[in-house]
Ligand binder design. Structure first.
Ligand code: AMP
Ligand code: GLY
Length: 426
């Protein structure tokens, strides 16, 4: 199998790594990839990953048997449709199905139709509607940009002023605004691989969205993650598949816009049970880094079965007993206005099975030196017998990284390792 991965983040680096570990995969390509991916696979420049004809041309040139689309922007732009129209097996939903992520209002409508538990919400098109909605939900206020916002379109605040300001900011960008009921309880990300009919859940993970320790500061794309979740209820995955993922996939098929690829179910475990916070139409970053670190089933075969409608025939997924933790190293001033162009030291080599650094916002300068080029720069992954061992391995890598002004959270997976995460009960 010749696989082409579209994207350039640590998620794509983790996918490339997973594909390379599948004996059926003979070649792995990435476009555009990044310097970390280039050390293990062939990277190809591409003018625009959201340009379907450019992706089709590259996939043809490389003789790709499977294209895996990492980020949401090309999915929402319909790149998977262009690839399928050209007869190329593609892991990732159509543009119409990717609206589950592309529009929060659309996702809410599907959830209502499929009777999926989620926060009560108000879709607003004027500041007056926002005021009325804030009055109806009360604090803490949850205000969301309807469209794609790279994980930064959501503000959760006790301040009416801050809530109103975020709504104005979203309106200024031209979209509508979703105001929601606040959902309390630990968050879980569950990736459900689907071919449009059959749903195969991966292991759940937890992401750390806020920039600072103690869940302080603004939301980011994600500052770290771990898996497994020793504190999660035993029936969580079955429950989420039965009540959330399968009904959503069935509703999308019923509407003539089947969803195939990975349905990312973002949940809050509230006292009333799991509730959907968001759907995404792709693997999450950084959760993918820890989930794939634990997956034993060959990744290429799994993704191809989803792409080709053959998931029902696949044997049960196999997992390592190990735990995995990833810690994101971010550049100075991320997420507000990340500083870029600084040299990065301390990440040479491919690492080991237990400790490796995945690249995200990195590039090579004119002299070939590794420099920062984005907000989330690196994702250090540690694997161990338990979360404590995995944390130690990940933080040892982070301690070795030298990047001026960089920052990271210091307590990723700490509470889970200590056994102090609790799920509220009704
Ligand atoms: P989203 O972009 O929808 O994933 O939201 C980003 C983050 O905002 C989530 O991971 C939550 O931490 C928080 N959030 C979003 N919606 C809610 C909600 N209804 N209640 C509480 N927190 C929320
Ligand atoms: N880690 C959150 C996301 O990928 O959206």
């Amino acid at each position: 199998m010749r696989a082409l991965v579209i994207g350039s983040g640590a998620r794509e680096h983790a996918i490339v790594r997973g594909l390379l570990g599948d004996p059926e995969v003979t070649q792995v390509y990435a476009a555009p990839g990044n310097p970390g991916i280039a050390a293990v696979a062939h990277c190809h420049p591409i003018s625009d990953i959201a340009d379907g004809s450019a992706v089709v041309a590259l996939a043809r040139e490389l003789g790709s048997d499977l294209v895996v689309i990492g980020p949401e922007v090309p999915l929402v732009a319909g790149v998977a449709d262009a690839l399928r129209a050209a007869g190329i097996s593609t892991f990732g939903p159509s543009g119409a199905a990717a609206q589950l992520e592309g529009s929060k209002a659309f996702a809410k409508e599907i959830m209502a139709a499929a009777d999926v538990p989620t926060a009560r919400c108000y879709v607003c098109t004027t500041p007056d509607e926002v005021s009325a909605a804030l009055g109806a939900t009360g604090a803490p206020y949850v205000v969301k940009d309807d469209g794609l916002a790279a994980g930064k379109g959501v503000v959760v605040t006790d301040s009416t002023d801050a809530a109103g300001e975020h709504a104005e900011h979203c309106f200024a960008g031209g979209g509508s605004v979703v105001v929601e009921e606040f959902l309390g309880g630990p968050e879980v990300s569950l990736f459900c691989i689907t071919d449009g009919t059959t749903v195969r859940p991966l292991a759940p993970a937890q992401d750390f969205k806020r920039v600072h320790d103690g869940d302080e500061g603004p939301n980011t794309g994600g500052m770290g993650a771990y898996s497994p979740l020793p504190w999660a209820p035993e029936d969580l995955v079955d429950d989420v598949v039965t009540r959330i993922a399968q009904p959503t996939v069935d509703e999308m098929r019923r509407r003539g816009t089947p969803f195939s690829g990975v349905l990312y179910v973002g949940l809050a475990l509230t006292p009333a049970g799991p509730r959907v916070i968001e759907f995404n139409a792709r693997f999450g970053d950084p959760e993918t880094q820890v989930v794939l670190a634990r997956l034993r089933t060959p990744l290429g075969g799994l993704l191809r079965a989803a792409a080709e409608g053959a998931l029902a025939e696949l044997p049960p997924l196999a997992w390592k007993d190990d735990a995995a933790v990833t810690v994101v190293v971010a550049s100075e001033n991320y997420p507000a206005s990340p500083r870029t162009g600084d040299p990065i030291d301390g990440v040479d080599g491919e690492g080991s099975d237990e400790a490796y650094v995945l690249h995200a916002g990195t590039s090579r300068d004119d002299s070939g030196a590794l420099v920062s080029s984005g907000g989330r720069v690196l994702s250090a992954v540690g694997v161990g017998a338990d979360l404590a061992a995995a944390r130690t391995a990940a933080y040892k890598l982070v301690d070795g990284v030298q990047l001026r002004g960089s920052h990271h959270r210091t307590e990723i997976a700490q509470q889970a390792a200590d056994g102090t995460v609790t799920v509220p009960s009704a």
